[in-house]
Design a protein around this ligand. Structure first.
Ligand SMILES: [Zn+2]
Ligand SMILES: [Zn+2]
Length: 397
C-alpha cells in the first residue's frame, strides 16, 4: 500500500479522458517528423498542450531552443521527479523510433498529475522535453547546462515490440575516420594517384575481421559519408562515421584503440594519411534502478498492462538516457507499441508508431509514469531506496 493509492484511480481516469487528445497530438508529431535539434513544431505543440493543462512552461531551457521544462501545478517544495519526453525523428524513415509516443506519454502523465490540483504530499513534478536523442545526445547537453540540477529521480518510457521494464543499453563512442590521398586521372595517370577510397574500404574490411575477436555484445557499424566525387578521379579524400558500442564505456574505449590501429593500418596499406576523431560526448550505458523499476512494474500491473517476457530475439540499443541514469536514479522502461519481432528504426516500426497498439502503449505509459512519480513522492522511504540503489549499483560507465 503506497500513500499514493488514494489518488491513483483519478490519475488513470484523467489519462483515459484525455487519451483522444493525446493520440491526436501523437499522430500530428508522427506526420511531421523533425530531426535532432530541429523539433520546432513538436516543441510548440507539446508545450501548448502542457500550458493548456495548467503547467508552467519554460521554453528553450539549457540553451537548446527545442527543449522545455514544465512544472506541474500544485507541486512545490520537496523532492523533484522529472518525466522525460523525446520527440525527434530519424533521417529518411521518420518516427521509426516512436518518439511521438514517448512525447505524448510524458505530457499525458504531466497533464494527468496537473488535474489533481494539489498533490497530497510534498514534492515537485516536472516534464522535461529533451531534444535530439537520435545522434545529438540532447540530454547530456541539458545536464551539462544544469537543467537536471535538483532532480531527485527521472523516468521516461520508450516504445518497442514488447513491454519490458528493464533492458540494458550499450555505451557508444562515435568516431569519424578520414583518409587523405592524392587525386589523379583514373585512366591516364592512375599510378600518380593515392586512392583514399581504397583506404576507407580497407578500414571496413579490417573492422569486419576484427569483429570475430570482440565481445559478442559489442557492436561496430558505420557508413561512408564521402567516397569520392567522380569515377574518373582517383578519390583524394574519403570519410566514414562509426558507432563503437559495448556494455561498458571501458570496452568502448578498447574498441576505439583497436579502431584507430585499423584506420592507421588501412592508411599505411594504401599510402594515405588517416585522421581519427572521436566525439567527446560518450553515451553511457543505462544504470538499473531496481526500486523504481519495481514501482513502475507494479503500476503496470495495477493498470492491467503487465510486462511481457523478453523473447531474447533482439540485441540492445543505446540512449542518452544512459548518461542521465549515471547521474541520478533513473528508469527507461519499454512499452509495447508493436507486435513481437518488429525492429526499431524500420519503416514497419514507424507505421506501428501510429497504430492502435501505439495508442494503448502511450496511454499505459502515461499512467504508469504518473503513478510511479506519485509513489516516489508519497513515500520518502521509496525515494531513499531509489537513491541507495543508485549509489549501490556498480557503475558500469
Ligand atoms: Zn532510436
Ligand atoms: Zn528512441
Amino acid at each position: 500500500m503506497s500513500g499514493a493509492d488514494a489518488v491513483k484511480p483519478k490519475v488513470a481516469e484523467v489519462v483515459d479522458r484525455i487519451a483522444d487528445d493525446l493520440e491526436r497530438l501523437s499522430h500530428r508529431i508522427h506526420a511531421s517528423p523533425e530531426l535532432a535539434f530541429k523539433e520546432e513544431r513538436a516543441h510548440a505543440w507539446l508545450t501548448e498542450f502542457l500550458e493548456k493543462h495548467g503547467a508552467r512552461v519554460e521554453r528553450g531551457v539549457g540553451g537548446l531552443a527545442t527543449a522545455f521544462r514544465a512544472t506541474i501545478p500544485g507541486t512545490g517544495a520537496g523532492p523533484t521527479i522529472a518525466i522525460m519526453a523525446e520527440y525527434d525523428a530519424l533521417p529518411g524513415i521518420g518516427h521509426a523510433c516512436g518518439h511521438n509516443v514517448i512525447a505524448t506519454a510524458g505530457v499525458g502523465a504531466g497533464a494527468a498529475l496537473a488535474a489533481l490540483g494539489t498533490l497530497p504530499f510534498a514534492g515537485r513534478i516536472q516534464v522535461i522535453g529533451t531534444p535530439a536523442e537520435e545522434g545529438g545526445a540532447g540530454k547530456v547537453k541539458l545536464m551539462d547546462a544544469g537543467v537536471f540540477e535538483g532532480v531527485d529521480a527521472a523516468m521516461m518510457v520508450h516504445g518497442r515490440c514488447g513491454t519490458q521494464v528493464w533492458r540494458p543499453s550499450l555505451g557508444i563512442i562515435k568516431v569519424k575516420a578520414e583518409f587523405f590521398g592524392q587525386a589523379a586521372h583514373a585512366s591516364s595517370w592512375p599510378w600518380r594517384g593515392v586512392n583514399a577510397l581504397n583506404a576507407v574500404i580497407s578500414l571496413f574490411n579490417a573492422l569486419d575481421a576484427m569483429r570475430q575477436q570482440i565481445r559478442p555484445d559489442a557492436r561496430i557499424h558505420g557508413v561512408i559519408t564521402k567516397g569520392g566525387d567522380q569515377a574518373n578521379i582517383i578519390p583524394e579524400y574519403t570519410s566514414a562515421e562509426f558507432y563503437l558500442r559495448a556494455t561498458t564505456v571501458a570496452y568502448c574505449r578498447e574498441l576505439l584503440r583497436r579502431f584507430t590501429l585499423a584506420a592507421e593500418g588501412a592508411a599505411a596499406a594504401t599510402g594515405c594519411r588517416a585522421q581519427v576523431t572521436a566525439d567527446p560526448t560518450v553515451h553511457e550505458p543505462l544504470k538499473a534502478n531496481p526500486t523504481m523499476a519495481e514501482a513502475f512494474k507494479r503500476n503496470l500491473e495495477y493498470i492491467d498492462f503487465p510486462e511481457d517476457p523478453d523473447d531474447g530475439q533482439a540485441g540492445y540499443g543505446s540512449t542518452d538516457c544512459g548518461n542521465v541514469s549515471q547521474r541520478l536514479p533513473t528508469i527507461h522502461p519499454y512499452i509495447r507499441i508493436s507486435p513481437d519481432g518488429v525492429p526499431g528504426h524500420s519503416r514497419e516500426f514507424a507505421e506501428w508508431a501510429r497504430s492502435p497498439l501505439a495508442r494503448a502503449g502511450m496511454v499505459a505509459g502515461a499512467k504508469a509514469l504518473a503513478l510511479t512519480a506519485l509513489d516516489l513522492l508519497a513515500s520518502p522511504e521509496a525515494l531513499a531506496r531509489a537513491r541507495q540503489d543508485f549509489t549501490r549499483e556498480g557503475g558500469n560507465a
